[in-house]
Design a protein around this ligand. Sequence first.
Ligand code: ATP
Ligand code: MG
Length: 236
Amino acid sequence: MMAHARSNAAPPLVLMSGITQQFPPNTTALENVSLSLDHGQSLAIVGPSGSGKSTLLAILGLLEKPDGGDYILDGRALGKLSATDLAQIRKNDIGYVFQSFNLIDYLSVEENILYALTIKGIRGSQARDRMHRALENVGLLHRRNASPSTLSGGEQQRTAIARAIVTAPKLLLCDEPTGNLDSANSNIILHLILDSVAANNAVIIVTHDEHIAAACTRRVVLRDGHLRETPGGGTL
Ligand SMILES: Nc1ncnc2c1ncn2[C@@H]1O[C@H](COP(=O)(O)OP(=O)(O)OP(=O)(O)O)[C@@H](O)[C@H]1O
Ligand SMILES: [Mg+2]
């Protein structure tokens, strides 16, 4: 009997084609961007300021709907889904580390982490254990009861990273995740992020740091809204 060909190869986690995004009056932030990302990959997006990196991350994270193009996330075409379905996918499958952190200031550091777990239905001692480990990993256990506004920029950044990683999202999106960190902390955080990549998820990191880009499995450059792949390190 003939063996069946493997027909259940996983589709890419991210499959984008022809994505376009314009802002009034006349900015084309993204033009005909296509991108495919497999499970288990880490992708660095580099490019000059204003080239469309955060815009692309917002679309990847379902925070913005593009003006044109198709986006299939883990086999689901997103174009036709309702706002409720999109919110559900955002909640269950996507983690963000924003360029501006977006920590909740009336919650303490540990409450920010616990809140992210609660949203995903993880509560009680399991949530506390995971929170504890996440804060330990970013070196912030001693600041667990602090309000985010009393933290240094780098500490806020590490809190935001702990909050994103603690839920083990399918797609982790990081916008300049080490922009406020010294090189020792930057290395620790980079490895925490990359270690969170497993067979069933992927990470995308927007960065200006060539060291970080080189540590990712793939690297693309955005320039004036155009994306191209640069194997082996193209110029910025
Ligand atoms: N909401 C908006 N309204 C109007 N223009 C916008 C908006 N968001 C972004 N833009 C413009 O789109 C372009 C791409 O912006 P984006 O924030 O994606 O750049 P970036 O590559 O992330 O830059 P940086 O490295 O400085 O963070 C810029 O010209 C920006 O001014
Ligand atoms: Mg940006």
